[in-house]
Ligand binder design. Sequence first.
Ligand code: BG6
Length: 496
Amino acid sequence: MPDDHNPFADPLRFERRVPECAMVIFGANGDLTKRKLLPALYRLAYDRRLPASFAIIGNSRTDLGDDEFRNNMRDAVQKFSEDTAFDPDLWSRFAKNIYYIAGDMNDPSMYQAIGKRIGEIERHNVLFYLSTQPSYYGAVAEQIGAAGLNEAGPGAWRRIVVEKPFGHDLESARALNQRLQAVFPENEIYRIDHYLGKETVQNILAFRFGNGIFEPLWNRRYINQVQITAAESIGVEGRGGYYQEAGALRDMIQNHLLQVLATVAMEPAAVFEPDAVRDERAKLLRSIKIMQPEQVPLYAVPGQYDGFREEKGVDPGSNTDTFAAATFFIENWRWAGVPFFVRTGKKLPKRSTEIAIQYNSAPLSLFASGDGDLPKRPNLLILRIQPEEGISLRFVSKQPGAGMHVRPVSMDFKYGASFGGRSPSAYETLLIDAMIGDATLYTRQDMVEASWRVVEPILHAWQSPNFRVPLYEPGTWGPPEAEKMLERQGRHWRNA
Ligand code: BG6
């Protein structure tokens, strides 16, 4: 067993022990289970953060025995645990507590079988994980309820984790919520948004509220604009069927990027407790100005990469957005008038997620620029979420030599260089949190509804029958309309 202690872990979370529990994964044969959940659980076992008794019960329709399922999961761990050595002894101990129950998610007897297995292995705390096709979420929760699996014995808990997407619009999100809340109380419903579990997204709070020097400048008096970019170089990678129904706005902005925006812009919570933090995020999301239909063409731009329509599972006439950009305004005292430009897309020039906070320029320019032109607004703070996690601050400096010529330079902090070691993946963090009952990094229903309200006018406009999504060349920063959206507001995207 390794003895490497993870230096990034929050000591409070680290200290809280996970009690005995079983995790029931619906959709256990799917991509998410293989790529994210099992590698995360294996890593947690590797770091000795799970009790030895931790059990997994996988379910899907595919007819498999326990051993076959264990082998599939071992293959997944070996393939997708890029930064964790495979330890055969650890795996054999871990795999002993992995079980599989085949069955149709609409079949009540399958839930009886799951209940029976939970009883046989004598676990009392159970985390149900919905990783199926989203259209099954409500039905699975109801079947869990009908089989009485939601009822915990004294001192034990039963929780449900719901993968994104949570609904496909406001109405369906509300309907799904009602079905879930008929079976589980709100405090046992964990809506996952894996961006909130990313170390660098959590660090935004530490950076803002753990330091005294940034927060006083974190407002409309000093900040000119904020740009949030989540660019991916890959395409839809075999997820054409799902993606053509979702599109970039639903897939990334409604959830991940609005949560990131809320983290950047929210007010400090009075205490670092789940509902205090979530109240602030929710308040911020509610204060984003909702676009009027006639504003959508000015403040939101979709795009589709050339070649998307030929992807497997995609309709040849598809009008789905694989790129989406929007300008959001926050109507509160801190942010009134500051544009938040948000964009995401597939097949962009590189994989990069960052938040660029552009400060106003000095009121008067006293110095000549050195080599090249001085940017109009030289002070830029960049929070890099991935792939090279870090923070950098740009400012001007005197160029050595005669005369008073200045040029922009950067002060850089890199996670890897400062802390060494690896950071836990978002799923590691979030799974542990669900098991210890800490919902700080999970979204709440009011947050989900607020973000659907923000994106709905845009969705409506883009879905109207005569609307055509502009195309863009793979490997570019989306359609030219995205740049024009900023030009109209006297700004440019930062395409570094
Ligand atoms: C998922 C989206 O939620 O997030 C994917 O469905 C996207 O389309 C992914 O690729 C991006 O996550 P990450 O962690 O790789 O930035």
